[in-house]
Design a protein. Structure first.
Length: 243
């Protein structure tokens, strides 16, 4: 006895719906599910798309060649010794007691023209006898008396005057100097510069480099995958065939 046609139609519809649901589920999985690939210790050839910025610690001092001029400001705070050997013309005012100790020679002639009053006694010899006679009266004296003496001077003399004076300076003056001087310092030398902090640099790799993938977890969309035959297995299968 053959099954009824309605049963066959129902089963067909169920199969068609199952096939449509399976296709829809497969399309959703194909578009939204990723394949996960775990790689460990795999060699790889990689290229860098462009320059990248890195930080590096420099362990040794860098040899730096400096050839140019450096503009800087030099602070100066010190005392300078300035030697001076010159003659200065200045006005000098003196008001002080000056000690004078010297001998002043006096050589002169003093004229004398005056009346000298005499009241004394003189002794005279008269006929072999010595007599004392009183002498009284005014005697006019008109003569010159020569004077020749040395006068010692040892005293303080007050001196006060203002006059132009020549001052001879032969000494070094201490001049305090505190300033900031702008200067351009030429530097032509090779220096070893210790680097105490990490350097930021930009490196560019010119071509592909060989690398080793230690461990990675790749997630690949299913729609980007392609299936193919293993080359080693295909060569083995082709070698086992007989012409």
């Amino acid at each position: 006895m053959s099954p009824p046609k309605t049963l066959i139609a129902g089963v067909g519809l169920i199969l068609i719906a199952a096939m449509a649901g399976g296709c829809l589920a497969a399309w959703w999985l194909f578009r939204h599910v990723d394949a996960r690939v775990l790689l460990a210790d795999q060699p790889a050839t990689v290229t860098l798309p462009g320059p990248m910025r890195v930080k590096a610690d420099v362990l040794d001092a860098l040899d730096v060649l400096i050839d140019g001029d450096i503009a800087t400001t030099v602070p100066i705070d010190q005392t300078l010794q300035v030697p001076i050997k010159d003659v200065l013309h200045v006005m000098t005012t003196v008001d002080s007691d000056v000690p004078i100790k010297m001998t002043v020679p006096i050589r002169n002639v003093i004229p004398v023209d005056q009346i000298v009053h005499v009241d004394t006694k003189v002794q005279v010899d008269v006929l072999g006898r010595t007599l004392t006679l009183p002498v009284r009266g005014d005697i006019p004296v008109k003569t010159t008396v020569p004077l020749s003496i040395d006068v010692p001077v040892d005293q303080l003399v007050r001196i006060r005057f203002t006059a132009p004076t020549e001052v001879r300076i032969k000494d070094a003056l201490s001049v305090p100097l505190k300033a900031r001087v702008a200067a351009v310092v030429p530097i032509h030398s090779e220096m070893k510069v210790p680097v105490r902090s990490a350097l930021e640099a930009e490196i560019t790799v010119p071509g592909p480099i060989q690398a080793n993938i230690v461990r990675t977890d790749l997630r690949l969309p299913l729609h980007t995958l392609q299936f193919g035959m293993n080359e080693a297995a295909g060569d083995k299968a082709a070698g086992g065939r007989t012409p």
